[in-house]
Design a protein around this ligand. Structure first.
Ligand SMILES: [Zn+2]
Ligand SMILES: [Zn+2]
Length: 377
């Protein structure tokens, strides 16, 4: 007992010291983006695997990883038709992975959604069905029957990795007539523009042309930390979902209405109508005044901008004014306050700063422009 107490004291002391050194790194691991004026921003990763299909971990690890990363919503989307561990894990009930994760997440804020990956050759390739009632009923001979059953269960269905070279040697996403049929029947509602460590530029065009929800997921099979180099400063790709409420229904409503932005390798990808308010909410003006030099007021305005998001913004100055300390392209680091010195050429009581956001994309190689209004007292 005595020994235990001493040991406990020692451990507490070490933890305290460790917190001093690593406290910041530990908290910064959580993915943070601000809410939009009318919506809550929920961080989701809706395509993941466990040992119940071809993943390497038990479902509880997916829950732990999500909590570490500050992810609000996950789905374990096991392959229905690809079961390489079946010798060791017979897995007769394809809901088992969800049931285990859901039970493990009990008492936490994490929302776990029942999902499955309909796993077929191209076309249609692989697709995730979310918000289903019973994964077992999706096992069908004919792929379209699986989609129809998922829809009957109220599913939101998205096309996974349409660029995957495992199925498509060009790596270029192409919409087939079967996909067109699925879209026409309301059996395909979204498309991954990013999957794991790949980006599908053409998938973004397919999403925009067919009104499909823009998705990005980790599709993790091993460990998130290794796949996305979290210790080295990486982040898992996530879909930011703009929901009216923090609930499964809130997420479902937002996905069906296309209210998403993907965060992938520090790039934000989504419709302009969601990208712009997300960036505007991330970058806010903190304070502003005209600089003085030797007691004389100058016409260079000092504007402090706070970035309350995890994205490093890469901005290109589109304003009428040039900057005193920076080139026209510069970065604003995450969760910090940056000072911009603006050469306004006169004393102004207000002016607008305009920036093209180079790490944000809404269509093929197109970047949104944001405006930050500056008002001097
Ligand atoms: Zn897949
Ligand atoms: Zn997958």
């Amino acid at each position: 007992m005595n020994f235990f107490k001493t040991k406990l004291k020692y451990l507490l002391a070490i933890s305290f010291v460790a917190l001093q050194f690593f406290g910041q790194a530990q908290t910064s691991r959580k993915i943070r983006f601000p809410n939009l004026p009318n919506y809550l921003t929920l961080v989701t990763d809706l395509h993941q695997h466990s040992v119940f299909s071809d993943g390497s971990v038990w479902p509880d690890i997916r829950v732990e990883e999500a909590i570490f990363d500050g992810v609000d919503v996950i789905s374990l989307t096991e392959h229905l038709e690809y079961q390489p561990h079946q010798q060791d894990i017979p897995n007769k009930d394809r809901n088992r992975s969800y049931d285990l994760a859901k039970a493990y997440a009990e008492g936490t804020d994490l929302i776990v959604i029942r999902g499955a990956e309909i796993t077929r050759n191209l076309p249609p390739g692989h697709s995730n069905a979310l918000f289903i009632q019973d994964a077992n009923k999706l096992i069908k001979e004919n792929a379209i029957d699986a989609f129809r059953e998922a829809k009957n269960q109220g599913a939101f269905i998205f096309w996974n990795h349409p660029n995957w070279i495992g199925q498509n040697r060009l790596g270029i996403s192409q919409l087939s007539s079967l996909h067109q049929q699925l879209i026409d029947e309301g059996l395909l509602n979204g498309i991954e523009v990013t999957n794991e460590n790949t980006f599908a530029e053409q998938a973004l065009e397919i999403a925009n042309q067919n009104n499909l929800t823009i998705m990005g997921t980790s599709d993790v099979h091993g460990l998130i930390d290794w796949l996305f180099d979290i210790p080295g400063g990486g982040h898992r790709p996530v879909t930011l979902v703009f929901a009216k409420e923090r609930s499964e229904d809130g997420v479902k409503d937002a996905l069906f209405r296309g209210r998403t932005v993907v965060w992938y390798q520090n790039n934000l990808i989504g419709q302009e109508q969601y990208l712009v308010p997300l960036i505007q909410s991330s970058l806010t003006m903190d304070s502003v005044y005209y600089e003085t030099y030797d007691g004389q007021i100058t016409q260079v305005a000092n504007v402090r901008i706070t970035n309350s998001s995890d994205a490093t913004y890469v901005l290109s100055n589109e304003s009428d004014f040039s900057l005193y300390t920076k080139q026209h392209v510069f970065t604003i680091d995450p969760n910090t306050t940056t000072t911009l010195m603006i050469k306004t050429g006169a004393f102004l009581d207000h002016f607008d700063l305009q920036f093209q956001v180079l790490n944000a994309t809404f269509a093929y190689r197109k970047h949104p422009t944001i405006t930050i209004p500056v008002i001097l007292n």
